[in-house]
Design a protein around this ligand. Structure first.
Ligand SMILES: *Cc1c(COP(=O)(O)O)cnc(C)c1O
Length: 403
């Protein structure tokens, strides 16, 4: 396999973001293919026994088994690291595989984790149920109140874990404040950046240690595959994450890696265009509903911070609350003609869901109330359709539901 400048770090680290998104990480085989090759292989062959022995001993570069290395997967890892501004990245089979690996690779019984209460349902499950089963203490806080982070720290606090903006209530965390606090106290920050993507927000610029993704969302962006990613320093990835990942095997398939590589080529354009439409639609929806949770609107409690942390757009997703509870929320969903009822986000299609009965149905009613996931809450992902068509559909659906 011929390496081209796509993996020559001295060259690619100087490329501007748009160039990194299209060319970063590309390796070309002896055929000189234009688009990245898809290596659907689980294993590798060797010219002689000494070669494979050297590779297993770590004395020679080269592939040995696709749970450990795969050329297509390696291209994606290098491209995501370049977009994130991270020293290294490893990809996983889904966003949840990424979050699980990012936490379990570094905590042990007796450690303490502080996590944001507003979070994707399965992320909350890791914090509320999985970690405590293995003797890891957890504390859940209101991540948008800076003082709660400080107050939750114990002598054994190892990790801060949060999303910003958070699913589904769009809580915004002050990245600079929380990362500085963590650094001063020797705590590792793990940021789930799925709602923003590296096109809109790069938490490492604020000092985040680990940035983790559901690449299923904006990175694929076309609703095709599940994928996840964990970015960090070379030392974290090599010494902390890799021993866990190589031995537990939450690997991403080369095919799915290839699909996400293609998605990254258009990520910035999609994320920015969808953010513009989401702001326009948010402004139309705001006067019609009881409450809107949109980081791009001045009514958001941390609007100024959100715009500072995401200057190129606050993302395609927002939530709003209808006064008539579940019945009225379902009436809005059932009246939609263009926007699909779907719980996915980051897709190029506009999608709407009722978090209390779908993404957050697995949580206790108390946990939902505490997070602000009310019965009248609806979450929408604004896609790449003509914004006038999305506006017309929402107008008629809100009217049909009596709003
Ligand atoms: C979707 C999502 C996840 C989980 O990702 P999967 O790819 O569905 O496993 C984790 N965190 C956030 C914020 C998400 O939106």
């Amino acid at each position: 396999m011929k390496k081209t400048s796509g993996t020559d770090r001295t060259v690619t680290r100087h490329w501007r973001p748009a160039t990194r998104a299209v060319r970063g990480g590309t390796w070309r085989s002896e055929h000189g293919e234009t688009s990245e090759a898809l290596f659907l292989t689980s294993g590798y062959t060797y010219d002689d026994a000494a070669t494979v022995a050297a590779r297993f001993a770590g004395e020679a570069d080269g592939m040995t088994y696709s749970r450990l290395q795969n050329p297509t997967v390696a291209m994606l890892e290098e491209r995501i690291a370049l977009l994130e501004g991270a020293e290294a990245c490893r990809v996983q089979a889904s966003g949840m595989a990424a979050m699980t690996a990012a936490l379990l690779c570094q905590v042990s019984a007796g450690d303490h984790v502080v996590a944001a209460r507003a979070a994707f349902g399965s992320c909350r499950w890791l914090v509320d149920h999985l970690l405590p089963r293995f003797g890891v203490e957890t504390t859940v806080i209101d991540s948008a109140v800076d003082g709660e982070w400080d107050a939750a720290i114990r002598p054994n606090t190892k990790v801060f874990f949060f999303e910003t903006p958070a699913n589904p209530t769009l809580d915004v965390v002050d990245l600079g404040y929380v990362c500085d606090l963590a650094k001063a106290r020797g705590i590792v920050t793990v940021v789930d950046n799925a709602f923003a993507s590296p096109a809109l927000q790069r938490p490492m610029e604020y000092g985040a240690d680990v940035v983790a993704y559901s690449a299923t969302k904006l990175m694929d962006g076309q609703g095709r595959v599940l994928a996840g990613a964990v970015c960090g320093s070379q030392q974290f990835v090599d010494d902390v994450l890799l021993p866990f990942q190589r031995n537990t095997g939450p690997n991403l398939s080369p095919f799915n890696a290839w699909v996400v590589l293609k998605g990254l080529e258009t990520l910035a354009m999609r994320a920015k265009a969808q953010s513009v439409s989401a702001l326009e639609i948010g402004k139309l929806v705001e006067p019609r509903v009881a409450r809107i949770l949109h980081p791009g609107l001045p009514s958001h409690p941390r609007h100024e911070l959100a715009v500072r942390q995401m200057p190129d757009g606050t993302g395609p997703i927002f939530a709003f609350e209808v006064p008539g509870g579940r019945e009225q929320a379902f009436a809005v969903l059932d009246a939609l003609q263009l926007v699909d009822i779907s719980n996915n986000i980051g897709d190029s299609r506009s999608l709407m869901c009722h978090p209390a009965s779908t993404t957050h149905a697995g949580l206790s009613a108390e946990a939902r109330t505490e997070m602000g996931v009310t019965e009248g809450l609806l979450r929408i992902n604004i896609g790449l359709e003509d914004v006038a068509d999305i506006a017309e559909d929402l107008d008629q659906a809100l009217s049909a539901a009596g709003l």
